[in-house]
Design a protein around this ligand. Structure first.
Ligand SMILES: [Zn+2]
Length: 458
């Protein structure tokens, strides 16, 4: 009986024990720094994310690499032991760190043993406040960033970029529409003075959010107030308005990729119309729906592509939705027809209600296991910072539930109503074209030889 009672009690209290991942304690320090602290299920570990509100979108084409270069420079060292000494100190504390510069932010990503969380935050604070950046460090960081971008920007590479020969298809379209820089940003002209300006203007507590998830130290709030709370705020800088479509682009274009081969890639891109409500959830559901529709059309019905896929990407202030397929070169016309037929039937008949409901239910079900563990939870908060309000993040399952079939149909029709942009990547010549071309050349050569001999005899 006591056992049973205990079981009943345990079972009864389980839902309350389960982690409500959307409820998070968040507050601002007096200097404007935002804190999000969340006790997680995994013991002995904390995931730390320091999000600095400065990213690639905040800079012109020439200065694009400034925030990325600064991110690297901040690991140059906090004392005379330099970069190596800094890394040794992190090793001694048993933690790991890295940083990423995105379009909208620069984020320091740290995994740490819970027992050393305050010492590791001390090290992060030292990196922010005590890193000395000199010409030597700048030079070293430039080499690293250059290598990350794919090696030294050669004259050939620049020429290829100018001729639209080396961009990914969606990037290429973004360049054509004026949403993206045509050439890769260079690090060489960036000076120490510019780097220091970025650091001063953006690396301030009122432009930072610190997320800590996991086995939180009891003293963490008081510690943070004493340490990070002493950082001086600055006059906030304004973010540049995001790029909008400035030029028109042709609806269909072939892009040369490589010299010879029989494979091709088809990309059909559509700018996403902006929806007043549940924009992302609606297009995420349409993405799942069209993934399935593409698979049925191109793989099951026509056997043209093994793994066709859909993609959502953002360039500047414009979102793009794309249908993509790996194909054999000779199947391109048939694939184009099959896709045009799919677009036609979607515009005419809309979404199939049963399929839409099944896909929506699956998307909601995925939410129950989509985010697991401290680190994934911290990453989730980082990606959803815009959805945080009054101590809660918006629940994606609830927002997905709110997308009606009518709303999805409306968005779909709006998305597909214009012909979009078809971009086909293929090598310059097919295998056959190469063989025929070579044979032709050989034939001409032989003919020339014969003519030459005949003439000499004459
Ligand atoms: Zn980097």
């Amino acid at each position: 009986m006591r056992c049973l009672l205990l079981t009943v009690l345990l079972l009864g209290s389980l839902p309350a024990l389960a982690l409500d991942r959307f409820q998070v304690e968040g507050y601002a320090l007096p200097n404007g720094m935002q804190l999000l602290l969340k006790p997680g299920n995994d013991r002995g570990h904390v995931a730390i994310r320091l999000v600095v509100g400065v990213g690639l979108d905040d800079f012109s084409c020439a200065d694009k690499e400034l925030p990325h270069l600064l991110e690297h420079l901040l690991f140059s060292g906090v004392d005379e032991t330099g970069e190596g000494g800094l890394e040794e100190r992190m090793q001694a504390l048993g933690g790991e760190w890295n940083a990423f510069t995105n379009n909208a932010d620069t984020t320091f990503v740290i995994e740490a043993p819970a027992s050393n969380q305050r010492k590791i935050l001390d090290l992060l604070l030292a990196l922010l406040t005590r890193t000395r950046i000199d010409e030597k460090a700048l030079d070293a960081a430039k080499r690293v960033v250059e290598r990350e971008d794919g090696g030294h920007y050669t004259h050939l590479q620049r020429w290829l970029d100018r001729q639209d020969l080396s961009h990914k298809a969606s990037n290429q379209l973004a360049v054509e529409l004026g949403l993206r820089c045509a050439e890769r940003a260079e690090v060489e002209p960036l000076t120490l003075r510019k780097i220091e300006q970025v650091r001063k203007a953006w690396y301030a507590p009122n432009n930072m959010t610190l997320i800590v998830v996991g086995d939180l130290d009891r003293l963490l709030p008081a510690y943070l107030e004493r340490t990070f709370g002493s950082l001086k705020p600055v006059e906030p800088s304004n973010h540049e308005p995001l790029a909008q479509i400035r030029y028109s682009a042709v609806t269909k274009r072939n892009l040369i990729r490589g010299m010879v081969g029989n494979s091709a890639k088809l990309h059909w891109l559509f700018p996403e119309p902006v929806l007043d409500e549940q924009h992302d959830e609606t297009f995420d559901l349409l993405k799942d729906y069209l993934d399935w529709a593409l698979y049925r059309q191109l793989r099951l019905a026509h056997g043209l592509s093994y793994g066709p896929w859909t993609e959502r990407e953002v360039f500047g202030g414009v979102g793009f939705f794309s249908l993509n397929a790996d194909l054999a070169r000779e199947d391109l016309p048939e694939a184009e027809q099959a896709l045009e037929a799919l677009r036609g039937s979607l515009l005419k008949d809309g979404l199939d209600p049963d399929t839409f409901m099944r896909i929506k239910r699956a998307a909601i079900a995925h939410q129950t296991w989509a985010v697991q563990g401290n680190s994934a939870l911290a990453d989730y908060y980082w990606s959803a910072l815009g959805d945080y309000e009054d101590g809660r993040f918006a629940n994606p399952a609830v927002r997905l539930q709110a997308v009606s079939l009518d709303q999805a149909n409306l968005a779909l029709r709006e998305l597909l109503k214009d012909p979009g942009y078809l971009r086909i990547e293929k090598p310059l010549l097919s295998d056959d074209e190469l063989v025929w071309g070579m044979s032709g050349l050989l034939g001409l050569l032989l003919l020339g030889l014969v003519v030459w001999r005949v003439r000499r005899r004459a």
